[in-house]
Design a protein around this ligand. Structure first.
Ligand SMILES: NC(=O)C1=CN([C@@H]2O[C@H](COP(=O)(O)OP(=O)(O)OC[C@H]3O[C@@H](n4cnc5c(N)ncnc54)[C@H](OP(=O)(O)O)[C@@H]3O)[C@@H](O)[C@H]2O)C=CC1
Ligand SMILES: CC(=O)[C@@H](O)[C@H](O)COP(=O)(O)O
Ligand SMILES: [Mn+2]
Length: 388
């Protein structure tokens, strides 16, 4: 923390995405509390340049090295440091002027820079759930050893985290993760055979990046969130329940051992959990639209249909198997989602391929970091084979 001004300096990995741009809105609204110290993108040079000129970070990274010159020239009249390439992501998070790293990049690419940030004792505002799905044991252990906080940004996990404040000495009986059910809630297998990517990309309540939106439609998002919750809150598998709540107002719930249930509610707006993670333990006043019970006569809840939406069951299975199995489903899922978005496979094929990868990729009971890297590669190769 910048001691003189009490301003938290934040490295945003994935500043051009849905979470990244909303984080910058939060920073813009609170210049007395936050500063964008580092901004990184994959290939969106235009937006990175625009953001850099507006927020004047110390450094930017464009992972796609072919865009380096473009960014460098556009920022040549400034003192902003410009880096390119994947390795630079793991470098910039270690800067002594970075107080917190917001992992707002998507997919497996989040793992390495997050590990690097934790080793440099930076608190993590974690949006990139894939990091904990792939290597939750290793990452949480590293965070403990380095006395680093992992503050959840994912709306459900932020809700649970908020419910747990002040309950540090009270054991959790279970948590209840809410799921919207996605755009295909209530549909049967026959109908799902023919759904299109355009339909799958229409989330009923949230505007998000393409990968997580497809994950929500297939209920893989909830599966990934089950695994994420296991590691964030140190739970056993039977302490995690999923309930479908189509309105996405109750963001998740915690039941304690006396039977009492606490929930966190609000309109679906990611700026709140982003702001909460960045400002924790403070709550910051804002002008986001407020939830009113008068506008929602019915808040409904139902059991998930895991026979039709098999990804959720597969994620529970992967968690039960443990070891490198969640890493396998994550890698396979990243490959099939991309293939579905490119219209190479149908919606239901995604689960078939993930299941096949789970069955065939070699199991490792206690994986090292290198095992995870190897597993990720193996699972991708297998998934690609099954697509072509
Ligand atoms: N969006 C949401 O509301 C929520 C998102 N999350 C999680 O947050 C993460 C981000 O999601 P979201 O913002 O929707 O995703 P987006 O697709 O909108 O944004 C992804 C960001 O990551 C960058 N990126 C993509 N691939 C790489 C890579 N290989 N190396 C470096 N940077 C990369 C993109 O850069 P570029 O633009 O240049 O491609 C972009 O800045 C995901 O893990 C998601 O599950 C969790 C809860 C809610
Ligand atoms: C905003 C957020 O946290 C997403 O992960 C959201 O939860 C997706 O909605 P569903 O997966 O419940 O459809
Ligand atoms: Mn979520």
């Amino acid at each position: 923390m910048n001691q003189i001004k009490n301003i938290k300096r934040i490295a945003i990995l994935g500043s051009s995405g849905s979470i990244g741009t909303q984080a910058l809105e939060v920073i813009q609204a609170n210049p007395d509390k936050f500063k964008a110290e580092v901004l990184t993108v994959n290939g969106n040079a235009e937006l990175l340049i625009q953001q850099a000129l507006q927020f004047n970070p110390r450094a930017v990274v464009i992972a796609d090295e072919s865009k380096y010159q473009l960014v460098k020239e556009a920022l040549s009249s400034t003192s902003i440091l410009v880096f390119a390439g994947e390795a630079a992501l793991s470098e910039v998070v270690t800067f002594d002027t970075v107080d917190m790293v917001l992992t707002a990049l998507v997919g497996y690419a989040g793992l390495k820079p997050t590990i690097s940030a934790i080793k440099s004792k930076k608190d993590i505002a974690l949006a990139n759930k894939e990091t904990l799905v792939v290597a939750g044991d290793l990452v949480t252990e590293l965070a403990r050893a380095n006395n680093v906080n992992i503050l959840p940004v994912d709306s459900e996990h932020s809700a649970i985290f908020q419910c747990l404040v002040g309950e540090e000495h009270n054991p959790i009986e279970k948590i209840i993760l809410t799921a919207s059910g996605g755009p295909f809630r209530g549909k049967g297998l026959n109908e799902l055979q023919h759904v299109t990517k355009q339909q799958a990309l229409k989330h009923p309540n949230w505007s998000m990046g393409a990968k997580i939106t497809i994950d929500s439609a297939s209920l893989m998002n909830k599966g990934l969130e089950v695994i994420e919750a296991k590691w964030l809150f140190d739970l056993t598998i039977d302490q995690i329940e999923v309930v479908v709540h189509p309105q996405s107002i109750v963001h998740s719930l915690v039941q304690f051992t006396d039977g009492s249930i606490k929930a966190q509610l609000g309109l679906p707006d990611m700026k709140l959990p982003i702001q909460y993670a960045m400002a924790y333990p403070q709550r910051i006043k804002n002008v986001f639209p407020r939830f009113s019970f008068a506008d929602f006569a019915n808040l409904t809840f139902e059991a998930p249909d895991t026979k039709t939406f098999r990804n959720l069951a597969l994620a529970f299975d992967a968690l039960a198997i443990g070891g490198n199995c969640p890493c396998v489903i994550n890698a396979a899922n990243e490959v099939v989602v991309e293939a579905f978005l490119k219209e190479k496979i149908g919606f239901l094929q995604m689960s078939d391929i993930i299941e096949e990868c789970m069955q065939t990729v070699a199991k490792v009971a206690k994986p090292s970091y290198e095992d995870y890297v190897f597993t990720d590669k193996e699972a991708r190769i297998k998934a690609f084979e099954l697509i072509s």
